[in-house]
Design a protein around this ligand. Structure first.
Ligand SMILES: Nc1ncnc2c1ncn2[C@@H]1O[C@H](COP(=O)(O)OP(=O)(O)OP(=O)(O)O)[C@@H](O)[C@H]1O
Ligand SMILES: [Mg+2]
Length: 374
């Protein structure tokens, strides 16, 4: 993550999207959708009429099953669980500088033969945000897009870190610090934002939701990528992670080409699937800086009116039960043995998370209502 100036103090739960422009004329495209108030769709809608099975969208707002099935697999729960178990039991046999970003990070080789990027938090928010964002992805059903992540307590005389105690001496890491290890992924490549966001933002236009007409013109590969981006944008909105597409939108002020450059903290695996790395800005740091970044986070969320149905369902349930933070805590405690060391969200952060879940839910209903009225 890059250095950024901090704005102290976070604010209450996100307000509902404000009113915007009305749809113009008979322009029956998704472009019109996000410019209307989200609250319009609070009630359940009538079922959609039958639609073309070849369409990339069904029910007006969900990616088709055929398209979802083409999304390249990420880290399956079984693969992730088996790496996490191995990484917790393994010894760190070497620590190298380079390959994992900033100078406080290290590339670790583990005694089971795997590799991991180790992140040391200069600020305690960073590891907490990274670990909690990983668990939130699990709660949302999108964890397969994030490299498996495990926390570790750095003890130079301990069994796990003992073999690299000399390297630790030169690292400036504090003894007893909690670091995160993410499974190393070979041959990651850069990802540029897809056309709808790239071209609109780069030309200085207000971000618009995907148009049905535009979708028709996209290749299957592009659509498969958009399926993943729809999850990414929801995830980054919920966690208020400004260190991906939002930071690009911000940088547009002085770099008009930024949307044509690689998106920070997002990569493509060799099978084509997107990999959401570096989520340290999420939930804790991001919530502290909401007043600075929500003017970018919100339009970005509103630029998505097509969702993976499973993700929308998770959001709906977390809204219905009003239990986002307690479920996150339950998962975190169950799945991360070092959860107690880092602590959890404050009551205020927990409320912000629920507020953002509710906001996304209202946004989805709004998209549904508009799709039904087209
Ligand atoms: N799990 C991983 N597998 C493979 N490569 C990784 C992994 N994690 C990080 N990297 C590599 O390290 C780079 C930086 O990672 P990351 O964003 O986590 O660190 P950072 O501290 O934010 O550094 P930077 O400021 O350079 O982004 C990535 O762009 C990627 O090339
Ligand atoms: Mg980064």
């Amino acid at each position: 993550m890059r250095e950024r100036s901090a704005e102290p103090g976070s604010h209450g739960a996100a307000p509902p999207p404000g009113p915007g422009n009305e749809a113009r004329g008979a322009q029956k495209t998704f472009r019109a959708l996000l410019t209307l108030p989200a609250a319009a769709g609070e009630t359940e809608q009538e079922p959609m009429p039958p639609e073309d099975p070849a369409s990339p969208v069904r029910g007006g707002i969900f990616w088709s099953r055929a398209l979802e099935e083409r999304v390249p697999p990420g880290f399956s729960p079984e693969q992730a669980a088996s790496w996490l178990e191995a990484a917790r039991a393994a010894r760190i046999v070497s620590l190298e500088r380079g390959g994992c970003g900033r100078s406080s990070n290290r590339l670790a080789r583990l005694s089971d033969g795997s590799r991991a990027c180790v992140r040391y938090g200069i600020n305690p928010e960073q590891i907490q945000g990274e670990a909690l964002s990983y668990q939130l992805a699990g709660l949302l059903g999108i964890q397969q897009r994030l490299p498996p992540l495990v926390l570790s307590l750095v003890l130079a005389r301990g069994k796990q870190w003992g073999p690299v105690r000399d390297e630790l001496r030169g690292s400036h890491w504090a003894e007893g610090a909690v670091v995160s290890l993410t499974q190393w992924v070979d041959n990651l490549t850069d990802v540029v934002a897809p056309a709808p966001w790239r071209s609109e933002a780069a030309s200085g236009r207000r971000l618009q939701p995907l148009a049905a007409g535009e979708l028709g013109g996209l290749s299957q590969a592009q659509l498969v990528e958009l399926v993943q981006w729809s999850d990414l944008i929801l995830f980054d909105y919920l966690t208020a992670n400004f260190d991906r597409l939002v930071s690009n939108l911000f940088s547009l002020q002085w770099d008009p080409r930024v949307m044509h450059r690689a998106t920070s903290n997002l990569h493509r695996a060799p099978n084509g699937g997107l990999v959401f790395i570096d989520n340290e800005a999420g939930l804790v740091h991001g919530y502290r800086l909401l007043s600075m970044w929500d003017k970018y986070n919100e339009p970005l969320l509103r630029s998505v009116c097509i969702f993976r149905e499973a993700t929308a369902q998770r959001v709906r349930e977390l809204h219905r039960l009003q239990n986002a933070a307690s479920e996150l805590l339950r998962l975190y405690r169950t799945r991360e043995p070092l959860s107690e060391q880092l602590g959890f969200l404050s009551e205020q952060q927990a409320q912000l998370l629920q507020g953002r879940i509710d906001f996304v839910h209202r946004h989805i209903l709004h998209c549904k209502a508009k799709a039904a009225s087209l």
